[in-house]
Design a protein around this ligand. Structure first.
Ligand SMILES: Nc1ncnc2c1ncn2[C@@H]1O[C@H](COP(=O)(O)OP(=O)(O)O)[C@@H](O)[C@H]1O
Ligand SMILES: [Mg+2]
Length: 415
């Protein structure tokens, strides 16, 4: 980790109930830290306390106990004047900038609000700086005289980012900053945030309920559940190998960026649910769904860390002649890829049944006459994946079904 910029230590927040409402413990003993120029992704379900933590850092929520240190200085309970001075160094981008924009103020007035706590500058200097910032986020000078309502959601979020970054803050708290945007716009705004970070070295506390976003953005990830920190670590570690069941549940529920991947995951979840309910060939169907999901995900993101096991085997195949034991490993790798997402949410019993079924299939494959046919199919998948022919690869996986159901019946003796 770089030199620490923000340290949150043993933070506790209680919202006091009024009248008959009970007190609500929103954060309990939470400690996280962010290195300068890095991004900490803070994730958890709605109500887990993410915004409360962001609010404490921004001085909007008063903690019951614990401390917040910014650049070596204790900022837990600052007087209002010191807070205002600090606001040029700690800024925020919220989910819906529309509600934090005054509809009657022009974009120039709105964006330059964050300069008010800096030494006075001439009107012309200020305008030059605002225009440069607007251009940096992809808008031009013609925006200055217009009003928030004249912009789309994505543009308004760009304006909010311009406003936050204008005073050159060291830390920006992004609280669900892209959650209200369409997926394609979301990706553009996320990339903008990454570019701005690369340019300026700004640090982000990146709050989101969406784990698929966090992996893309973060150096480290912290997971909150009901006000408790349940997991914290490198972004890849946590998203690829979550140790806490709650994190696995979040990953299973997180939408992919690809409609086909999502549909494959939904189908897998349905198949896994059938498996959980029992039924004869349910595990074969679940495996089938997992294979399709794995192939689609491998095609969506062929050589990334998430598909590391698969990619490794794939590489071996594309460089060497195909041997049966490698095909068996390929199948295991395909099956290995999918459970990390969809099956993560299911019970251990179901996962064990999938693992057993997989082992049986691999074993029967090694002894089976149909191995040659399967070898040809695997080669077809490899070629399709290599040339990014998604439909072809998926259709080959789909054609596994008949032979596999037969294999399965032969090995289990089930009708
Ligand atoms: N001002 C408040 N008064 C009382 N309870 C609150 C207040 N703000 C949040 N809460 C409660 O504290 C918990 C954490 O809320 P929040 O930090 O907004 O969660 P998140 O951002 O993860 O959705 C929730 O149960 C929420 O209902
Ligand atoms: Mg929130």
């Amino acid at each position: 980790m770089n030199k620490l910029l923000l340290e949150v230590n043993d933070l506790g927040v209680v919202y006091r109930g009024r009248g008959r409402r009970k007190d609500k413990v929103a954060l309990d003993g939470v400690s996280v830290a962010i290195g300068a120029g890095e991004t900490l992704g803070l994730v958890g379900e709605s109500g887990s306390g993410k915004s409360t933590l962001g609010g404490c850092v921004l001085g909007l929520v008063r903690p019951e106990h614990g401390s917040i240190t910014f650049d070596g200085r204790d900022i837990t309970r600052l007087a209002a004047r010191d807070r205002r001075t600090l606001s040029t160094q700690i800024q925020a981008v919220f989910q819906d900038p529309y509600s934090s924009f005054n509809p009657h103020r022009t974009i120039e007035q709105t964006v330059s609000e964050t300069l008010t706590n800096l030494p006075r500058m001439s009107r012309q200097d200020r305008r030059t700086r605002v225009v440069a910032m607007l251009e940096r986020v992809g808008l031009d000078g013609s925006a200055l005289e217009r009003f928030p309502a004249q912009f789309s959601g994505g543009q308004r979020q760009r304006i909010a980012i311009a406003r936050a970054l204008l005073p050159e803050p060291r830390l920006v708290v992004c609280d669900e900053s892209v959650s209200a945007l369409d997926l394609s716009v979301q990706a553009q705004v996320l990339n903008l945030l990454l570019e701005l970070q690369a340019d300026s070295g700004v640090t982000y506390l990146f709050i989101t309920h969406d784990l698929s976003v966090v992996r893309h953005m973060s150096t480290r990830v912290a997971v909150l559940e009901h006000g408790h920190l349940v997991e914290e670590g490198g972004a890849r570690e946590v998203t690829d190998h979550p140790t806490h069941p709650y994190t696995r549940k979040l990953i299973a529920a997180s939408p992919g960026s690809d409609a086909e991947v999502q549909e494959a995951r939904r189908e897998t979840r349905r198949a896994m649910a059938r498996l959980e309910a029992g039924g004869t060939d349910a595990d074969v169907h679940a495996l089938h769904a997992l294979e399709i999901q794995a192939v689609i995900e491998a095609l969506a993101e062929p050589l990334s860390g998430a598909t590391g096991g698969f990619a490794r085997v794939l590489n071996e195949f594309t460089h060497e002649p195909v041997a049966l034991d490698k095909l068996v490993r390929l199948r295991a790798a395909i099956l290995d890829l999918a459970p990390r997402t969809s099956a993560a949410m299911t019970s251990e019993v179901v996962n064990r049944r999938v693992a057993d079924a997989r082992e049986r299939l691999c074993r029967s494959l090694a002894e089976n006459d149909r191995a040659l046919h399967f070898a040809a199919q695997c080669r077809e998948i490899l070629v399709a994946i290599d040339s990014r022919q998604r439909e072809r690869a998926v259709s080959v996986v789909a054609s596994f079904d008949d032979t596999r159901v037969a294999e399965h019946r032969a090995t289990t003796g089930r009708p």
